[in-house]
Design a protein around this ligand. Structure first.
Ligand code: EPU
Length: 423
């Protein structure tokens, strides 16, 4: 297992190019199972979860061709379509479940393993009840045997009105891609409106789907018979962008962050301004300078978009450790979002956790130590903390980071971080 060896503190300066969004690319890739014609995707991030999804598609019979250093991919159908999505591929990545609906929608059958992924929900695991219940309403039948979902449908799925009992990004994406070839009209109520959902809809409509927003959280999908050959550029990664914005703010840095639409992270940028960051918004660029003294944010609350994203809560926690007083974070999406707090304490942080609320004392001067990542965004938070810590640190289990951050050590080195990957 690789580790990062980081010597701090560093002041981050220079330019960062943001990679394509992992969380936008994953459902887009899963939906290629619906096409008879090839799909070409640009701006794919070179991260492990994308490799896993491509391996999954290959195992299902898709032909995958790479271009431009694997940032562009052409996915086409072969005659060897398969319907079995194995545990070995789904155990590390929750988004693997997104192949279930398209296989049933297109071929009326699938045997798909229960997925794995980051352990963000404590003992509750990462349920997929919202996905399965909604697919059932479209006419999918299923039974569970030996950890696999055996699913089928009699003919095409049938358009229905479905109201999600709670908001889920994955279930929204899954139902969108599963209903575009259905008979009739599907109405999805209570959908997630994250930019990655919007990117998926833009791409599906470009491919000939008929999806319309008919309310703030309501989509109408009129079934079509087939999708056409499509070229699409995946949006930039908003969580990577937010992570680098925190990095600049945390280290009195000065970064020009390129390749992302700043209007999509207005909530996060407004909060960083409150902490004292100076931010200039340009076209697809953010120029951000960190303050000499970081101001506290009394209370940060994670919410569905356009609220503050759970995937940036760990990184903001690091920032608040160095702010001028006590702050708190309430986490509303995942039960185990604060697993990195114990590791931050090894670097000198003063954080107490009660239920879904973390209280962060502030005024911490981090001192280097050995720390271990527990999940993807926890690994980003630990890397940020040790960059601003005095002395040498190691961050272990960086395979979590490799799931979602492209070339992180190369990008950090370029802006002044003393970082080395050791095996
Ligand atoms: N939930 C259920 N039942 C379901 C689905 C979800 O109870 O069937 C619960 C979850 O346990 C959670 C809440 O609903 O408590 C919201 O989960 P959601 O389905 O919205 O999350 P997701 O689709 O599994 C995506 C991102 C996550 C991100 C969340 C929230 C991808 C591949 N993953 O997960 O990203 O945190 O939305 O925005 O898009 C990450 O990139 O590090 C990551 C974890």
């Amino acid at each position: 297992m690789d580790k990062f060896l980081i010597k701090g503190p560093s002041i981050l300066k220079g330019q960062v190019s943001i990679s394509g969004s992992k969380n936008a690319a994953l459902p887009i890739l899963a939906s290629t199972l619906l096409f008879d014609k090839p799909v070409t995707l640009k701006n794919l991030p070179r991260v492990r979860d994308i490799d896993t999804m491509l391996n999954l598609l290959r195992s299902l019979g898709s032909k995958i061709e790479f271009f431009d250093n694997k940032k562009k991919v052409r996915i086409s159908k072969t005659k060897k379509q398969k319907y079995f999505a194995s545990y070995s591929l789904l155990k590390t990545m929750r988004a693997g479940i997104l192949v279930l609906g398209p296989l049933v929608a297109k071929h009326q059958k699938s045997i798909t393993s229960f997925p794995g992924g980051c352990v963000l929900n404590g003992n509750s695991g990462r349920p997929i009840n919202l996905h399965l219940n909604a697919l059932q309403k479209l006419g999918m039948k299923f039974s569970i045997l030996n950890g696999y979902i055996h699913a089928s449908s009699k003919g095409k799925l049938k358009g229905k009105t479905i109201k999600f009992p709670s908001i889920s990004v994955g279930a929204t994406q899954h139902l969108l891609i599963s209903s575009i070839l259905s008979d009739g009209t599907t109405i999805l109520k209570g959908v997630a409106t994250e930019p990655e959902v919007v990117d998926l809809i833009n791409y599906l409509n470009a491919a000939g789907a008929n999806i319309k927003w008919v309310g703030k959280r309501t989509c109408q999908i009129i079934g079509v018979n087939s999708l056409k050959e499509t070229n699409y550029t995946v949006m930039g990664d908003r969580i990577e962008t937010g992570t680098f914005c925190v990095a600049a703010t945390l280290t009195k840095g000065n970064l020009l962050i390129k390749g992302f639409d700043p209007s999509l992270i207005k909530t996060e940028l407004d909060l960083l301004k409150k902490t004292g960051a100076k931010i200039k918004i340009l076209n697809q660029e953010i120029h951000i300078k960190g303050p000499q003294k970081i101001k506290k944010i009394n209370h940060l609350v994670t919410k569905e978009y356009a609220g503050f994203p759970t995937d940036l809560a760990p990184q903001f926690m690091v920032l608040l450790c160095k702010a001028n007083g006590r702050s708190s974070i309430t986490e509303n999406i995942f039960k185990s979002r604060f697993m990195h707090a114990m590791e931050l304490q090894r670097l000198g942080a003063k954080i107490s956790i009660k239920n879904n609320q973390a209280t962060i004392e502030g005024n911490t001067n981090f001192i280097g130590a050995e720390v271990m990542s527990s999940d993807l965004r926890a690994s980003a938070a630990l890397i940020l903390a040790v960059i601003s810590a005095k002395g040498i640190s190691t961050v272990s289990r960086v395979y979590h980071c490799d799931r979602g951050y492209e070339n992180i050590e190369k990008k950090l080195k370029k802006i002044g971080v003393n970082i080395k990957r050791i095996s």
